[in-house]
Design a protein around this ligand. Structure first.
Ligand code: PGA
Length: 250
């Protein structure tokens, strides 16, 4: 059984004070949630303060990026063990915004994924096609490359505990959600491909959908057999809407 995961990707939003206040508001709203894992990914500067705020709750903490080296002369970077030390159990890797604006490639995604596991973090690795790629009918080809290259060389245990996020780039922050059928088609493709590479780990790997998930469309997406949760940007910033997403079953 795969436990559903609802992950809030706050991107570059909220000061430390705003982040802590948002968690104070969210905690009571999700206190009774047992069947869904709840994860918040704030900016680096808020991680430690948020980790203190969620200490006695079931809410988990993740970072939005890391660097693969352990320490040293890498000005501006943050290592996997530092992310772990700040209170994180998850880290988002290879988000399309990082691929687009910060030169992230399948090769760097692979290094970061392995380094995250090395520090005891669970990576959430993002894949997805652009609008142009979808229109050119190369969605599956693009995703296959991202998975084969970005996720190569994992152990069986790592392959099972990994989280993949399918985020069609054209659906991120645009209000254009993939239909449940469109999303399911790609999720099923990813799971089948993953089975070719990592055999039975394909049954336990969680595949999240991301791209304009909101309280209205979440339950239809979550009904799909291969959608195991959401990676949510805009709708995760407010405690009210994020708690509605977490409670999609109710
Ligand atoms: P969105 O972002 O929900 O605002 O579309 C999703 C993401 O980029 O993770």
């Amino acid at each position: 059984m795969r436990t559903p995961l609802m992950a809030g990707n706050w991107k570059m939003n909220k000061t430390v004070g705003e982040a802590v206040a948002a968690l104070k508001a969210l905690k009571p709203l999700v206190a009774d949630v047992k069947d869904v894992e709840v994860l918040i990914c704030p900016v680096f500067t808020s991680l430690y303060a948020v980790s203190r705020e969620i200490e006695n709750s079931e809410i988990k903490l993740g970072a939005q990026n890391l660097f693969w080296e352990a320490k040293g002369a890498f000005t501006g970077e943050v290592s996997p063990s530092m992310v772990k030390d700040a209170g994180c159990s998850y880290v988002i890797i290879g988000h399309s915004e990082r691929r687009q604006y910060f030169g992230e490639t399948d090769e760097t995604v692979n290094k970061k994924t392995k380094a995250a596991f090395g520090a005891g973090l669970i990576p959430i690795v993002c894949v997805g096609e652009t609008l142009k790629e979808r229109e050119e009918n190369i969605t599956f080809k693009v995703i296959e490359k991202q998975i084969r290259d970005g996720l190569s060389g994992l152990s069986g245990e790592q392959a099972s505990s990994l989280v993949i996020a399918y985020e069609p780039v054209w659906a991120i922050g645009t209000g254009k959600t993939a239909t449940p059928d469109q999303a399911q088609e790609v999720h099923a493709f990813i799971r089948k491909l993953y089975a070719e590479i990592y055999k039975e780990a394909a049954e336990s790997v969680r595949i999240l959908y991301g791209g304009s998930v909101n309280p209205k469309n979440v339950s239809d997406l979550m009904k799909q057999p291969d959608i195991d949760g959401g990676l949510v940007g805009g709708a995760s910033l407010e405690a009210d809407s994020f708690s509605q997403l977490v409670k999609y079953l109710k």
